[in-house]
Design a protein around this ligand. Structure first.
Ligand SMILES: [Zn+2]
Length: 242
């Protein structure tokens, strides 16, 4: 199991430097925007710069997995397939997709979501391994939409903010189907992606038996201070050569 640091456009260089110094991987957030999926120059540059670092790709944030409009579904699927192609160019360990749920009081909304999302993710095929991440979904919704072959990326911060279900409950429910985790904190009021908050990130890191990305946007020196504790927590489990 390996540790990754999430890095986007603004903090890529300092996080690449940090990843190299601590021998951890990078989860690239560049392709969360549709625009970057087609920026050949940017893709080639990033592939070159990350060639010595294990990589995970975060696919576009906006995944309307359950649209009833055929044209929208086709458009979203084409872009998600493009994200998978890019992940192969990076020889990425996996690509992570948001499940795409939002709540609505309209009749039959949740049924429409689960049916549409299940169909959508069944049609999306790797390599690399595909993980579906919870944003506003609870355990039950994620269990329904994780079609055979799809794994869970448990986002700890989102689970804390949007559900009443604690991390041990998620771990118990998904077991080996949990392949990745996003580690970040909040105080339950906003999706702040911080180190500090209600949860103890170190004890959660100890509990998890899968790869994980530190998905925090605190100043780089705070992340640098936290990393040795995370690596310590994973000692004996941590193995970059897996
Ligand atoms: Zn996340």
């Amino acid at each position: 199991m390996s540790i990754f640091i999430s890095a986007g456009e603004e903090d890529f260089r300092e996080k690449l430097d940090l990843a190299k110094r601590f021998s951890v991987g990078l989860e690239l957030l560049h392709f969360t925007s549709y625009e970057n999926l087609y920026n050949r120059k940017k893709i080639n540059g990033l592939v070159r710069e990350t060639r010595d670092v294990p990589v995970v790709i975060h696919a576009p944030y906006e995944v309307v997995s359950f649209s009833t409009d055929r044209i929208v579904r086709k458009f979203v699927m084409a872009n998600c397939e493009r994200a998978l192609k890019i992940a192969r160019m990076f020889r990425a360990r996996r690509a992570i997709f948001h499940a795409g749920y939002y709540s609505s009081k309209s009749k039959g909304h949740d049924e429409k979501f689960t049916k549409g999302a299940l169909n959508f993710f069944s049609g999306l095929r790797g390599p690399p391994e595909i993980a579906v991440e919870n944003v506003r979904e609870d355990i039950n919704l994620m269990k329904v939409i994780l079609s055979p072959g799809k794994k869970l990326c448990l986002d700890i911060g989102h689970a804390n903010l949007y559900t009443n279900q604690a991390v041990p409950d998620w771990i118990r429910e998904f077991g080996k189907r949990m392949t990745h985790a996003h580690l970040h904190n909040n105080d339950g009021t906003e999706d702040s992606h911080r180190i500090s908050g209600y949860m103890d990130l170190i004890s959660i890191a100890k509990m998890l038996k899968c790869d994980m990305s530190l998905e925090v946007f605190d100043p780089i020196h705070d992340i640098e201070r936290l990393l040795p504790d995370i690596l310590d927590a994973k000692k004996g489990q941590h193995n970059q050569s897996e």
